[in-house]
Structure formats: structure tokens, C-alpha cells
Design a protein around this ligand. Structure first.
Ligand code: URA
Length: 425
């Protein structure tokens, strides 16, 4: 087999065989296939696509390139949830304790934020003492006792995806549907859960900017998951506007706790109820929405959250949200907020210190943005739209400029936008 012939074959739009995909990935890891070969192949895949069988094979080979978690002791009770990335998306912190309070097992690995999107591990690390790197035995033990363990992805989870993703990031090939689908699913398959819900985000703050593209990605991940023997569904949800009001790590933990206390923003609550019900119906069958609402209302989900965080060393009582500088963005005119670009708001939060531009950047857990108003709200001149929060005073001006570009005010507001577009099973 020869890598140049394989690149040429894909360049002309032919499907690659299982053997060819295996050859490419194993030799990419060993270094025989170089970054320049892989860049050319990724670009050929970007233009020519891959069919579901090729995408499933690529997923499997990348999943098998490193550790594969054995969660078999939990039988069919394990459930994972993954979001394709967004702004203000703290749903994992909420749905994990909800579904664990109702008998499912969440043994989950999550990532860090990059660019305008946040990551669950950064949010959890804003809780003093929370251990995101338990060894495997302690990880399993925490699932056994609390129903949840949530740690950072191990270095050796789908290493082929890590190497390929870093290359895609610098060769403008991230936004290829089969490459996104296989990247997401390789990590989910290696992470071992029997049941998986993928939250495919759609809109200005997401990889998939249109509902059509989001549906295509959702169908592809569901098809791959099934081919890999998992119970899977994909929910397509809005990421045109940030989710909830809080953007930034500790700010998002506080908002997640609000939802578990029966308070908090309606959009976030609604998505969490739907995601949890979907996760539970994959595990047990049937409709779970009423029981999910009951778990929230009774405080059971909140108790499970406290037990889980404590089990991983987290000391919520020591959490603070005391960044030094707070700055209010004020409406300059009357009118409706007709749009709020989630990507630009995520970038403004990043400038304040809440996110990173490179994987090696450090972040400020207390920095971020609290939105006071969202799309569709009416503003009178002088009303506060958002509060910018940071420890670095010199970031405020730059963040304000980014934030001001993110929203539009007009005389009228009419929208047929949905929060949840579809569920693909
Ligand atoms: N998230 C991933 O894990 N991989 C992608 O390619 C895009 C989003």
C-alpha cells in the first residue's frame, strides 16, 4: 500500500477500504505517514467527503489507537453525553447528577475549552480541590459509590484523533463533517459507555452554522454509533445565542447549581430536562421527562451533585467569584435585541481571561460575562445588557468592542428559532 496512491484515490472521490484507512492511521501514529501526507488527505476528505462506512472505520481505528475503558461491570447502565461545543454550555454539570439520581451510571471523560468554546474540565477545575485526574481504579470506585465520575480525557484516549485534530486545526480542515463525526465518536467509543447522547449544536457559536448541516452531522454520528454497537441518539440544539446567562468557568458552575436548585434560566433548564430524559430512555426505555422534573424538584439531583463533587475532592464552600473588575455594558438606544452572536460573545469572554487561544494558555476561572438580557428582550436606553468580569483591567476595552459587535438592536423582533430542533435516533 502506498500513501500517495491513497491520497490520490480520495482526491478523485473514491471510497477508501478498511485496510487503507487502517494503514493510514497506524502509519500516521508511527510517523511513516507524515504530517504533509495527512494534511493532503484531510483536505481531500474535506472536499470529497467520506461515506458512513469509511467514517465508521476511521472512528474505530482511531478509538483503538489508545486506551479503551472497560466499564463492563456496570452492564447497560452507563451513559455518556457529548456536546459538539458551544458558549455557556454547562449542561454536563447538570445532566450527570440528574441521570445518576435516577439510576444511570456516568463514567465520563471531558475536554478543556479552546477558542470561543468552553470545556467541562475547566469549569470543574474552578472548584477548589476537585480532582480531574483520578487513576482508573478511583474513577471506577467513584462511579460505584456516587453514580458519577467525571475526569479529563486521559493522554492515551484516542491518541490518533489528538494528533489528527492538532493537524486539522492548523490546516483549515476542522470543519469537515466526516472528520468531526469520527473525531467526536472515536473518543466516545474509546470511553466505553453503552449509551450515548450527542448534543449537536447549531448556529453562530457552533461548528455547524445551519440546521441542515447539523442534521447531517447528527445522522452521521448516530449511524456510526450504531455500527459500533452503541445505543445512541443526537439532539440538535440552538447555539446561535449563548446557553443560559453565565459564560466563564466558576460563573457557569454557580448557574448549574441554580438549575439544580430549581432556579436559573429557562433555556438551560429545558435543554437539560430533554437531554436527561433522552439519556435515561436510552438506558432504561420509556419516557423519563416527569421523573427528571421530579428529581430536580425534590432536590435529589442537587444532593447527587454535592455527593459527586465531594467524592472527587471539590470544596464548593471555598469557591469564589471575586474577580477584581466588573464593567457594565449599557444600551445606547431603545429597541429589541434581534441577535446575539454566540461566537463573538465567547471571544469576548476569552479576552477577559475565561478561555484560551492555544491549548497551553492558562485561564482565569473567575473571569467571564453575565448576560442580563438575551435575544428577543426589549431594552430602554441605559439598561444593562451584560456585565464583563475580569482580573485583568486592560482586557475590558477590547472585550467591550468584541461584545458590542456581537449583538444587534432593532425596532422589531420576530423569530421562528427553536431551542431544540430535532432528535435523531
Ligand atoms: N469536537 C471534537 O472532538 N472534534 C472535532 O473535530 C470537532 C469538535
Amino acid at each position: 500500500m502506498n500513501i500517495t496512491e491513497i491520497i490520490n484515490k480520495k482526491k478523485h472521490g473514491s471510497s477508501l477500504t478498511d485496510d487503507e484507512i487502517y494503514y493510514v492511521i497506524t502509519n500516521y501514529i508511527s510517523g511513516e505517514v507524515t504530517d504533509y501526507h495527512m494534511s493532503a488527505l484531510a483536505m481531500a476528505i474535506f472536499f470529497q467527503g467520506m461515506d458512513d462506512k469509511e467514517t465508521a472505520t476511521l472512528t474505530n481505528v482511531m478509538a483503538q489507537s489508545g486506551d479503551q475503558l472497560d466499564l463492563s461491570e456496570f452492564g447497560n447502565l452507563t451513559v455518556d453525553k457529548h456536546s459538539t461545543g458551544g458558549v455557556g454550555d454547562k449542561t454536563s454539570l447538570i445532566v450527570a447528577p440528574i441521570v445518576a439520581s435516577l439510576g444511570a451510571k456516568v463514567a465520563k471523560m471531558s475536554g478543556r475549552g479552546l477558542g470561543h468554546t468552553g470545556g467541562t474540565i475547566d469549569k470543574l477545575e474552578s472548584i477548589p480541590g476537585y480532582n480531574t485526574s483520578l487513576d482508573f481504579e478511583s474513577f471506577l470506585d467513584t462511579v460505584r459509590t456516587t453514580g458519577i465520575a467525571l475526569v479529563g480525557s486521559s493522554k492515551n484516549l484516542a491518541p490518533a484523533d489528538k494528533k489528527l485534530y492538532a493537524l486539522r486545526d492548523v490546516t483549515a480542515t476542522v470543519d469537515s463533517l466526516p472528520l468531526i463525526a469520527s473525531s467526536v465518536m472515536s473518543k466516545k467509543i474509546a470511553a466505553g459507555a453503552k449509551n450515548i447522547v450527542i448534543d449537536v449544536k447549531c448556529g453562530s457559536g457552533a461548528f455547524m452554522k445551519t440546521a441542515d448541516d447539523a442534521v447531517k452531522l447528527a445522522k452521521t454520528v448516530v449511524s456510526i454509533g450504531k455500527m459500533c454497537g452503541r445505543n445512541i441518539s443526537a439532539m440538535i440544539t440552538d447555539m446561535d445565542t449563548p446557553l443560559g446567562y453565565a459564560i466563564g468557568n466558576s460563573l457557569e458552575v454557580f448557574e448549574a447549581i441554580d438549575i439544580l436548585k430549581g432556579k436559573g434560566p429557562e433555556d438551560l433548564k429545558k435543554i437539560c430536562i430533554k437531554l436527561s430524559s433522552e439519556m435515561l430512555s436510552l438506558v432504561f426505555g420509556g419516557d423519563w421527562e416527569e421523573r427528571v422534573i421530579k428529581s430536580l424538584d425534590s432536590g435529589n439531583a442537587l444532593d447527587t451533585f454535592y455527593t459527586w463533587i465531594k467524592a472527587q475532592g471539590g470544596q464548593l464552600e471555598k469557591m469564589c467569584c471575586n474577580a477584581e473588575h466588573h464593567y457594565e455594558i449599557v444600551a445606547q438606544t431603545d429597541g429589541f435585541i434581534s441577535s446575539m452572536n454566540a461566537e463573538l460573545i465567547g471571544k469576548a469572554a476569552m479576552i477577559l481571561g475565561a478561555g484560551r487561544t492555544k491549548v497551553t494558555d492558562s485561564i482565569d476561572h473567575s473571569a467571564g460575562i453575565i448576560l442580563k438580557r438575551k435575544t428577543g428582550d426589549f431594552l430602554s436606553k441605559g439598561d444593562v445588557i451584560a456585565e464583563l468580569i475580569t482580573n485583568k483591567r486592560n482586557t475590558l476595552k477590547h472585550a467591550e468592542i468584541a461584545f458590542n459587535e456581537a449583538f444587534q438592536i432593532s425596532d422589531h423582533y420576530q423569530s421562528d428559532k427553536k431551542l431544540i430542533y430535532d432528535i435523531i435516533r
